[in-house]
Design a protein. Sequence first.
Length: 562
Amino acid sequence: MSDNSNHESSNFIRNIIKDDVKNKKNKSLVHTRFPPEPNGYLHIGHAKSICLNFGIADDFKGGLCNLRFDDTNPAKEDPEYTDSIQQDVKWLGFDWSDRLFYASDYFEQLFEFAKQMITNGKAYVDHLNADEIRDHRGTLTEPGKDSPYRDRSIEENLSLFERMRAGDFEEGECILRAKIDMSSPNINMRDPAIYRIKKAAHHRTGNNWCIYPMYDYTHCISDALEGITHSLCTLEFEDHRPLYDWFLDQLPVTCHPQQIEFARLNLNYTITSKRKLNELVVDGSVSGWDDPRMPTIVGMRRRGYTPESIRDFCSRIGITKNDTTIDVGVLENCVREDLGGRAPRVMGVLNPLKIVIDNYPEDKSEQLDIPNHPNDPTMGERKVPFSKIIYIEKDDFMEEPSKKFFRLAPGKEVRLRYAYYIICNKVVKDDSDNILELHCSYDPDSKGGDSPDGRKVKGTLHWVSAEHAFKTEVRLYDRLFDDPKPDSNKHENGWKDFLNSDSIKVVKNAFLEPSLKSANKEDFFQFERIGYFCVDSKDSDVGKPIFNRTVSLRDSWAKKQK
Ligand code: ATP
Ligand code: MG
């Protein structure tokens, strides 16, 4: 056993499993599962569960992790989602091998088990309607009341249940319930529903069924049938654990997995609810599940997040029993760090200011050798053209510079990154006082951006040669919500009021260095001094990549929050 995890630091669940393995529980086997409901795209919260379940399987010798679709609610499920979920799990770097399962594969078995429970006096068909069932359920402080149908005979129950399956009843007319205890202090144990009637086609079983098993019943049995040893789920299922165990105790299954709960991931400035994310897609607040502002795996991928950065994030936040909220800045830092080490550096000007270098020959241009990464020579060099007319960022010039402004200003000298020193001689304006261009001169002895005689300059600017620049669209993304808790209770109805109106800015004509013209979909770069960018995978064409800003170089929100 490789109990020293390479993937993640230790946590309480790993410790439990380590002990189980040591004590030869489950013959020292470790078998987990990731059980999404295919009713939406996976989001960053699911990544936490994926990294935990698949990570544990990877860390223990012979460990296995199943991918299982919990597809018991035909109305909301769709093959679009089963496809995307598989792609996302793979992209995150995990592999279920040949262990892809569907709860719907067990429908027949689940039905047989339900009949067995009836036969053993542990389940009954209830004809109370939904309102009556609610009235009978009681409250946290008061016990429930038995249904008048609770003591139907086994024969009657069996026949009614078969008729439910045959479609003899309408939706809501009756349900199959477990017969446990209507006065249990745990409401989940007050005769929970096992089967409900739903006359809807299922994405895999078509119209074979008009009754569908409930989650609590299906989940534990699916786990047991697959030989799961540790069933890891989020804290809201803690109160369901007695029911999980009760069902398995009633049934002739040889495997009884141990359910262990952990805290779900909450991120500030972020919504992690499939229902609400779906609402944003449907009402057009975003362009789709893969909008680069979405916290979905497909959205983050399109935004430029790497699988490595997401896995690193999941490992940093750890696994605990306490519900906490993580600062989304932690996630952003993970991608900054990952890309910082390996994204090629390039130059691009988003908001151009024209510079004419008066003493640079009219018809000359040269190819400068520029390293792709300042700290990693193995990443090589590329050629970047330089010529008489260049663009710099508008922000990098001030006609009347404030004291701490060390970039370009009249009479001031700066370094053009990896190129030359230039000094600003003249500002040319139009009639309404707008700056049209600057006239500068360069020092030919400063080639490469090195000081020719020991004289120092404080500012270093990025630039592109005007004649050679590759013009393309650049999209500047920011957080989708501008409130740290958009879906807290106090905002229950208004969570959409907290959508950040500045979450996307489109620069139609950015001027980028020409090497970027041949960038491929999903390639990532650091635009020097601006941020990390990747090639949009959807709207880019060959020879015309469009760039998405993944994250700025520094966290501008930390300041704002203070
Ligand atoms: P949502 O609230 O987004 O609809 P869900 O829990 O209904 O999420 P499922 O498809 O049932 O979505 O989730 C699959 C697995 O992912 C479950 O084991 C669930 O506990 C886990 N999971 C979902 N959201 C989170 C989260 N925010 N943090 C950690 N695990 C999560
Ligand atoms: Mg769910």
